[in-house]
Write a protein that binds this ligand. Structure first.
Ligand code: UT7
Length: 337
């Protein structure tokens, strides 16, 4: 953290997971897969899926309201809302603006951040600057996704992996020596083709003289992924990026009390933990219950780790994510409350 800046930490967390559980057994009836394959290759047992009445902003609102309540704040205290998502309700207005209206955050500015599954770490990095500089006191950061809406439910390569959900945190000034101690972000656009949704942008739409259908021909309206390429990238970058964040915080891996990685695949998480020489009990994993919820996965895991009593004041928490872009990001936080 820059010398002289205001320390910023997380003072409340919240989550929202849809009630509907979609099991591997149900997926066996939809595509040529098996519970055994999904569990051994990914660690995923089930995932949550929104019903037809819900959207990303609905999940974000519930997670955000819970985070504010846990921080002892009301929506009128919020200065800024930042939502990380790759599945916004619509192109514009931003999902953050929809949340601002729905929760009644009357004085808040609002915008979205798009950085794939690294979205939450990017949003945390962006949002924390406003508190560090003293421009704002209270920022609500939300990772929210309705990935079920952009999945090809006939594609076994992707439909077994993802789930819906939202996680939120409240950022506020904290005591000296606590809060966000380091952040590390990166990107490599040359890997953009590996994980994408290409049919919803200026690349293909609205070309004069063509119908919408014609201009979208050849572009996919659902998520596409080169799984094994992303896997190799993830295994390399998770450990590397987290190690850099730990170093930047002036620590060694042994100083980390809990490692909260993006929950995409148990094999990726285990490989990263091995690289960081962290024992299993210091690594938080809930991928079995929710699958990959993209931007929501880290804040959901953080909230659940707190509920389970795995984080206490003064603990050093390392967060790390990777995703579409390609992007990656990590941070070390000394828990302040
Ligand atoms: O948050 C960032 C987003 N993405 C990720 O984190 C995903 C990263 N990648 C992964 O997690 C893994 O690469 C996967 C779980 C997607 C796949 O695991 P893998 O060990 O890399 O398997 P693979 O892609 O090498 O595929 C092995 C086989 C293939 O069959 P053939 O070609 O060897 O006959 C696939 O067709 O497994 C097949 N396969 C399946 N079989 C049963 C792929 N999906 C399934 C499935 N059920 N659902």
């Amino acid at each position: 953290m820059p010398v002289g800046s205001i320390p910023v930490g997380i003072t409340g967390t919240g989550i929202c997971l849809p009630e509907r559980v979609l099991t591997n057994q149900e997926l066996e009836k939809m595509v040529d897969t098996s519970d055994e394959w999904v569990k051994t290759r990914t660690g995923i047992g089930e995932r949550r899926i929104i019903d037809e009445t819900m959207t990303t902003s609905d999940l974000a609102v519930k997670a955000g309201e819970m985070a504010l309540e846990n921080a002892g704040l009301t929506p009128d205290a919020v200065d800024l809302i930042v939502v990380a998502t790759v599945t916004p309700d619509m192109y514009f207005p931003s999902t953050a603006c929809l949340v601002q209206e729905k929760i009644g955050a009357i004085k808040a500015a609002a915008f979205d951040v798009s950085a794939g599954c690294t979205g939450f770490v990017y949003a945390l990095a962006v949002a924390s600057q406003f508190v560090q500089t003293g421009m704002y006191q209270t920022v609500l950061v939300i990772g929210a996704e309705a990935l079920s809406r952009v999945i090809d439910w006939g594609d076994r390569n992707t439909c077994v992996l993802f789930g819906d959900g939202a996680g939120a945190v409240v950022l506020r000034p904290v005591d000296q020596g606590f809060g966000i101690l380091s952040l590390e972000l990166g990107s490599d656009g040359s890997g953009g083709e590996l994980l994408k949704l290409s049919a919803a942008g200026s690349l293909c739409c609205g070309i004069p003289g063509t119908s919408g259908k014609e201009s979208r021909a050849g572009y996919a309206e659902y998520l596409q992924m080169a799984g094994s390429e992303v896997f190799k990238f993830a295994v390399r970058i998770m450990g590397e990026c987290a190690a850099n964040a730990v170093l930047k915080a002036g620590m060694t891996n042994g100083d980390i009390n809990l490692f909260i990685p993006h929950q995409a695949n148990i094999r990726i998480i285990k490989a990263a933990a091995k690289r960081l020489r962290l024992p299993d009990e210091k690594v938080y994993v809930n991928v079995a219950k929710y699958g990959n919820t993209s931007s929501a996965s880290i804040p959901v895991a953080l909230h659940e780790a707190l509920l389970e009593g795995k984080i206490k004041k003064g603990d050093n928490i390392a967060l790390v994510g990777f995703g579409a872009g390609l992007t990656w990001g990590a941070g070390v936080i000394r828990w302040a409350v």
